[in-house]
Ligand binder design. Structure first.
Ligand SMILES: Nc1nc2c(c(=O)[nH]1)N[C@H]1C(S)=C(S)[C@@H](COP(=O)(O)O)O[C@H]1N2
Ligand SMILES: [Mo]
Length: 322
C-alpha cells in the first residue's frame, strides 16, 4: 500500500482549486474580457523528465484522443510500471530497464499481407505525423494513470502492409532477450510476451503506435522504443517494446490468456460490470491521488471511450467475451 507524503513545494489538496471551479472562473473572466482564452499547452501542463530526446508532436484531432483528466506526474508514470521482462515489482522496470537497448531496433511486419517488411526505428519515426494524445490507461489490477503519449495511429502502418482478406487478427510479439531483460529468468509468463487484436480494433484510429510520452522519447520502462496503447482495454493489451507485427487468420493466443485463461480474456475491454475472478473491477485508484483520504474513482465501461469504440462490439456478449 502506497502512502505518499507531499513534498513541501507541492500544494496541499485543500489549496488546489477544483478544476470545474477554475474553469468556470476563467469563463466568467473571459466573458468580461479580462483574459484571453487560448488552448492549453499540453506539453507544459505535463512536463517530461528532461533527460531523453524530445519528440515533437501536434495535439491529435482524432475524436476522444485528448482526455480532459489531469495528466499523471512524469515521475509516477515512469516509476510505477508493469514490464515483467524486468521483474514483477512495480519499481523493477524503472530500476532494471536501463539494460534495454532501444537502438538499433527493427520491427518485422509479416504474415497475411501483400507488403511485408522490416522497418527500422528511424523509418517508423518518419512514417506518420506525430500526434500527442492524452489517454487514460486502466490496469487490470485496479489502478489508472493519464498519460500524454506521442505517436500515430497503428492503422497507418497496417495500411502500408496491405493485409490480405485472410488477415482477421494482428499479433504483436515483444522483445525477449535474456541479455537485456533479467526478468526472463522467471517463468511468470511464457516468453516472449504476445498480444493480439481483431483487425477492426487494430485499425481503430484510437489504437496508437507509440514512440514517446510527455513530449519525449519513451523511457525504457514504458516500452521503448515502440509500443502500442489501446486506451479502452486493460493495460496488458498495450504491448511494450514490439519487435514483430503479424497478420493472422486465427485469433492469436496472448501471453496472459495463456497463463490464466479464466482471468484474462482475449478482448479485455475495460468493464466495471465484469469482475476479475479474484477482485471487483468497479472502481480504480488514480496513481498520484493515493493519499490517505483519496477516494477511488468509479471505473467506466470501455474506460470512457464507449462513444468511440462501442460499435466494434455491437451485438457481442461482453460477459462471455471478457
Ligand atoms: N512487453 C510487455 N508489455 C507490457 C507489459 C509487460 O509486462 N511486458 N505489461 C502490461 C501492463 S500489465 C500494463 S498495465 C502496461 C503498463 O504500461 P506503463 O508502464 O507504460 O504504464 O503495460 C503493458 N505492456
Ligand atoms: Mo496491467
Amino acid at each position: 500500500m502506497l502512502i505518499r507524503i507531499p513534498a513541501s513545494h507541492e500544494p496541499l489538496p485543500s489549496e488546489i482549486t477544483p478544476r470545474q471551479v477554475y474553469l468556470s472562473r476563467r469563463q466568467v473572466m473571459a466573458g468580461l474580457g479580462l483574459i484571453a482564452v487560448a488552448p492549453p499547452l499540453l506539453a507544459q501542463s505535463a512536463p517530461g523528465g528532461g533527460k531523453l530526446p524530445r519528440l515533437a508532436a501536434t495535439p491529435s484531432t482524432v475524436a476522444g484522443a485528448i482526455a480532459a483528466d489531469k495528466p499523471t506526474r512524469y515521475i509516477d508514470a515512469t516509476s510505477y510500471n508493469n514490464f515483467y521482462e524486468f521483474g514483477t515489482d512495480k519499481s523493477d522496470p524503472a530500476e532494471r530497464a536501463r539494460t534495454l537497448r532501444p537502438r538499433p531496433w527493427t520491427v518485422a511486419v509479416e504474415g497475411e499481407c501483400a507488403k511485408p517488411g522490416n522497418y527500422d526505428l528511424d523509418t517508423l519515426l518518419k512514417l506518420g505525423a506525430m500526434e500527442e494524445r492524452v489517454y487514460r490507461l486502466r490496469c487490470v489490477e485496479g489502478w489508472s494513470m493519464v498519460i500524454p503519449w506521442v505517436g500515430y495511429s497503428l492503422s497507418e502502418l497496417i495500411r502500408r502492409a496491405e493485409p490480405t482478406p485472410k488477415a482477421k487478427f494482428v499479433e504483436f510479439t515483444t522483445l525477449a532477450d535474456r541479455a537485456q531483460m533479467p526478468g526472463l529468468r522467471s517463468a511468470v509468463l511464457d516468453w516472449p510476451y504476445v498480444e493480439g487484436l481483431r483487425m477492426d480494433e487494430a485499425m481503430h484510429p484510437l489504437a496508437l503506435l507509440t514512440f514517446g510520452m510527455y513530449g519525449e522519447m519513451l523511457p525504457n520502462q514504458n516500452g521503448a522504443p515502440v509500443r502500442v496503447v489501446l486506451p479502452w482495454k486493460y493495460g496488458f493489451k498495450s504491448a511494450k517494446s514490439i519487435v514483430k507485427i503479424r497478420f493472422v487468420e486465427k485469433q492469436p493466443r496472448s501471453s496472459w490468456e495463456d497463463a490464466a485463461p479464466q482471468e484474462y480474456g482475449f478482448y479485455s475491454n475495460v468493464n466495471p460490470g465484469v469482475p476479475h475472478p479474484r477482485w471487483s473491477q468497479a472502481s480504480e485508484r488514480r496513481i498520484g491521488e493515493d493519499g490517505l483520504f483519496a477516494k477511488k474513482r468509479p471505473t467506466v465501461i470501455f474506460n470512457g471511450y464507449e462513444a468511440q469504440v462501442g460499435q466494434l462490439y455491437a451485438g457481442m456478449d461482453l460477459r462471455r467475451n471478457y
